[in-house]
Ligand binder design. Sequence first.
Ligand code: ADP
Ligand code: MG
Length: 445
Amino acid sequence: MASITLKHIYKAYPQTKEFKKKEQEEQHNIFAVHDFNLVINDGEFVVLVGPSGCGKSTTLRMIAGLEDISAGELYIGDVLANEVDASKRDIAMVFQNYALYPHMTTYQNMSYGLKLRKIEKPLTKNGKPVLTYDKELVKKLTEELKKSKDLQQKRELKLKIKEVKNIKNKQAYGLIHYSKEEIDEKVQNAAEILDIKHLLNRKPSDMSGGQRQRVALGRALVRNPKVFLLDEPLSNLDAKLRASMRNEIVKLHEKVKTTFVYVTHDQVEAMTMGDRIVVMKDGVIQQVDTPSNIYDNPVNMFVAGFIGTPQMNFFDVKMKAGPKDLNFTFENEESLKFNLKDFKTIEDKYINYDEYDVKLGIRGEHISISDKGLEAEITFVEVLGNTTNIICKLLNSEAEFNISIQERSTLKAGDKIFIKFEAKNIHLFDNETHVSIYKREDEQQ
Ligand code: ADP
Ligand code: MG
């Protein structure tokens, strides 16, 4: 078990120009990962999510020690790990292509790494402990001897060292392989946890994708690592299997209680699996929070649009706000009026009756169909069984948006409807920076 701390971590790949610290600020796009700061708590399940190429795998590989860190500090537990060899980090990694050995059975695949591994163990001969002298004490005395300038003292120290070396009463340790029994116990334990005992004698070709992925997890689990790193482990599986393996991995985490860092481009995986989600874009962290906070309070338009399906709707509006009320005018000149107190806290600088161009974000499930409000025309209806997705356009406007309702609907393309939404569900973003204009929780009092 271990926490992981990333402090101002940067990664520049060799071909993206030579790494120069002073250029960090101006040239931030040369970095695959840019100023990454995160503390992953011991035992936590953290998901890194973002579109392909945003630096998720690079970050994970730096934690694993498979990739050099260009700048910044990586701690595993309290230990600065930048220079620690991958094999010494006590971290297990599971990849998208599970890379099992095709000619080996599940048992052999799971035990192979353990067979190669040597661990520090007490040495025995014929069942009896092998004894040695107090090496620590000899080391200490030898150091004293080196420092000493007094002839008499040197003589005494030499005698003492000789004496200590003659007393062999300490247990000797050595680097040796696991025994067959120890390996068997570990494999059986992991197989039990993952429910793959019945597959131990099968080869990868005789197993389904989900079973193979479970074996790959088992291979990582037998090592009893401090940290589990998983890089898109479910991407090769079909949708149904992905959903059930999501639960399996969450349950596995609950059982072993070690630190999990999970990488995916799939926001559903992120939302359903993580204690916390780290949303990344272009090598930069956008937001770190619990799934529900990310969903309810996205800090910018990127996070708002990336998390949630169907995607959040965005309208270009003109906003005018005073201390009591707030008015939006849409592209088609229609307006909606709200009480300011019904919103999350908006940055003070906007509350002055001036007109601001902003992006208004609203999720499809937060738009309701009503007998008054903004008039819209339905362009398309998708019936998804338990929900219905209605695609509309505001009257006299080209901007399309979706409404998702939790039931079958008889509405059809061409129908005219009125829509409304509540202030508490409205997201507002600066038109240029695309950053939320709500005060962040830590700024509100
Ligand atoms: P993700 O896992 O989020 O899809 P990666 O971490 O694999 O993204 O890649 C981040 C960026 O770094 C991408 O622009 C990618 O092209 C680049 N990159 C990744 N690996 C290498 C490499 N070995 N050499 C050069 N550039 C790389
Ligand atoms: Mg990747």
